[in-house]
Design a protein around this ligand. Structure first.
Ligand SMILES: [Zn+2]
Length: 107
């Protein structure tokens, strides 16, 4: 009897952040064998809300480490950049200067 095989947690159809698990990705059995059969890392093909498909290690999904295909991170950093830039907005005082000045000298 083979009692060696670890029970696989089926993540199909589950949602993790923006990702919905579609199906299990093919295992890299050769890589696993080279490592002496250490840890089996099942990977899952997930569909992101943005439309991208990505392959994620199941452990990362369950740990909440991977919540998108990468677009979430891109959006967050883009938003931060936008906020920083908005604060730097300066008022243009050019027009006010041009209108004043000469009026006071006329006594
Ligand atoms: Zn995405």
């Amino acid at each position: 009897m083979k009692g060696n095989r670890k029970k696989l947690i089926d993540l199909t159809g589950q949602r993790f952040g923006r990702l919905t698990v579609l199906y299990r990705a093919e295992e890299d059995k050769t890589a696993n064998a080279l490592k002496g059969g250490a840890v089996l890392r099942p990977r899952w093909v997930c569909k992101c809300d943005c439309g991208e498909t990505t392959t994620v290690i199941g452990a990362n999904l369950r740990a909440g480490m991977t919540k998108s295909c990468g677009c979430l991170r891109r959006e967050t950093s883009a938003e931060n950049g936008r906020k920083r830039r908005a604060r730097k907005k300066r008022k243009s005082m050019g027009e006010a200067k041009a209108a004043g000045g000469a009026a006071d000298e006329r006594r």
